[in-house]
Design a protein around this ligand. Structure first.
Ligand code: ATP
Ligand code: ATP
Ligand code: MG
Ligand code: MG
Ligand code: MG
Ligand code: MG
Length: 254
C-alpha cells in the first residue's frame, strides 16, 4: 500500500522488545478489588466462586498463548510465564501485557455469569498488567515463591481477621488492633484456641493459590481406545520447595 506523508509519525513509537533468552512474566491485578469484592458481595475472607472465575479467565489466556508454560494466581492477581525463547509478538513488552490483560479482563466478564448466575457486574472491572523479565531459573522460581508467600501471609491474616469479626463479634478496628504486631504462630493460635480452626486444614486453593500447567491426560475416543491430549489443569500445590520443580523438570529446561 502506498505510504502517506504522515507515515513518519510511526517513528515516535518506542522500541520495547524484551531481552532474548529471558523468562517473561505478565502479571495482571484487579484495580480496586477491595471495593469491587465488597460491592459484588464476595464472601469474606475468600469467595470461592470469584477465585474460580479468576482461574477460568486465566485458562482462556493459556489456551490462547501456547507459549505459556505456567500461570499462578491468588486473590485478584494472576502471573503468566512465557517460555524463555517465545517469539510471541516479537517479544514486544506492551503487546504482550496488553493482549494478556485485555483477554483476561474480557474473559472475566464473559464467564461472570457461570459463577455468579444471579447478578451482573455492577460496573466494568479493570485489571492492570505489567511485563517483567527474569534472567535466571532461580529468579523465576523466586518470583513465583514471592507471590505464593504473599498468598500465604495475606490469607492467614484475612482468615484470622474475619474470624475475629464474623465469629468473635469484634469490629474491624478491634480486629485490626488485635492482630497488630502478631506473628504467624500467634494467628494460628488465635484461630485454633478461639475458633477451633486448624489453619492447615483450610482448603488448599485458599492457602496455596492456583497453578495452571499443561498436562497430558488420556481421553476416550469414539472407538473405545484412548489418546493422550494436552490439557490445562489446575493444581493447588506448594511451588516454593523443590518437589514441584523436581517432578516438573520440563518447565525450567529448554
Ligand atoms: P489495587 O488497585 O492497588 O490493586 P486492590 O483493592 O485491588 O487495590 P489488592 O492488594 O490487589 O488491592 O487486594 C485485592 C483485594 O480484593 C483483597 O484484599 C480482597 O479484599 C479482595 N479480594 C480479591 N479476591 C477476593 C476473593 N476471592 N474473595 C474475597 N475478597 C477478595
Ligand atoms: P491485528 O491483530 O494485527 O490487529 P486485525 O485483523 O485486527 O489484525 P487490523 O489491521 O487491525 O487487523 O484491521 C482490522 C480489521 O477488522 C479490518 O481490516 C476489518 O476487516 C475489520 N473491521 C474492524 N472494524 C470493522 C467494522 N466496523 N466493520 C467491518 N469490519 C471491521
Ligand atoms: Mg496492588
Ligand atoms: Mg488489586
Ligand atoms: Mg492484588
Ligand atoms: Mg487489529
Amino acid at each position: 500500500m502506498a505510504k502517506s506523508k504522515f507515515e513518519y509519525v510511526r517513528l515516535f513509537e518506542a522500541e520495547d522488545r524484551c531481552l532474548p533468552n529471558t523468562w517473561i512474566v505478565v502479571r495482571v491485578d484487579g484495580k480496586g478489588f477491595h471495593k469491587f469484592s465488597t460491592e459484588h458481595g464476595y464472601e469474606k475472607p475468600n469467595d470461592i466462586k470469584a477465585l474460580s472465575l479468576m482461574n477460568r479467565a486465566a485458562t482462556s489466556v493459556m489456551e490462547e498463548f501456547k507459549d505459556m508454560c505456567l500461570a499462578y494466581g491468588q486473590s485478584d492477581e494472576y502471573s503468566f510465564v512465557f517460555r524463555k525463547e517465545t517469539q510471541a509478538y516479537s517479544r514486544r513488552s506492551a503487546k504482550l501485557s496488553t493482549n494478556v490483560c485485555s483477554l483476561f479482563t474480557s474473559a472475566f466478564v464473559y464467564y461472570w455469569n457461570e459463577y455468579f448466575p444471579t447478578s451482573k457486574p455492577r460496573y466494568p472491572p479493570v485489571f492492570d498488567g505489567r511485563t517483567v523479565l527474569y534472567p535466571s531459573n532461580q529468579n523465576i522460581r523466586d518470583y513465583l515463591s514471592w507471590r505464593q508467600a504473599d498468598c500465604h501471609i495475606n490469607n492467614l491474616y484475612n482468615t484470622t481477621f474475619w474470624a475475629l469479626i464474623l465469629k468473635g463479634g469484634l469490629t474491624p478496628t478491634e480486629a485490626e488492633n488485635k492482630l497488630k504486631g502478631t506473628l504467624s504462630g500467634d494467628k494460628n493460635e488465635i484461630l485454633f484456641s478461639q475458633f477451633a480452626i486448624n489453619y492447615n486444614t483450610e482448603p488448599e486453593m485458599l492457602r496455596k493459590g492456583t497453578v495452571l500447567v499443561r498436562r497430558k491426560v488420556p481421553v476416550v475416543l469414539p472407538n473405545g481406545g484412548t489418546r493422550e491430549k494436552s490439557q490445562i489443569v489446575q493444581e493447588h500445590v506448594d511451588i516454593i520447595g523443590d518437589e514441584f520443580w523436581n517432578t516438573n523438570t520440563h518447565l525450567l529446561t529448554v
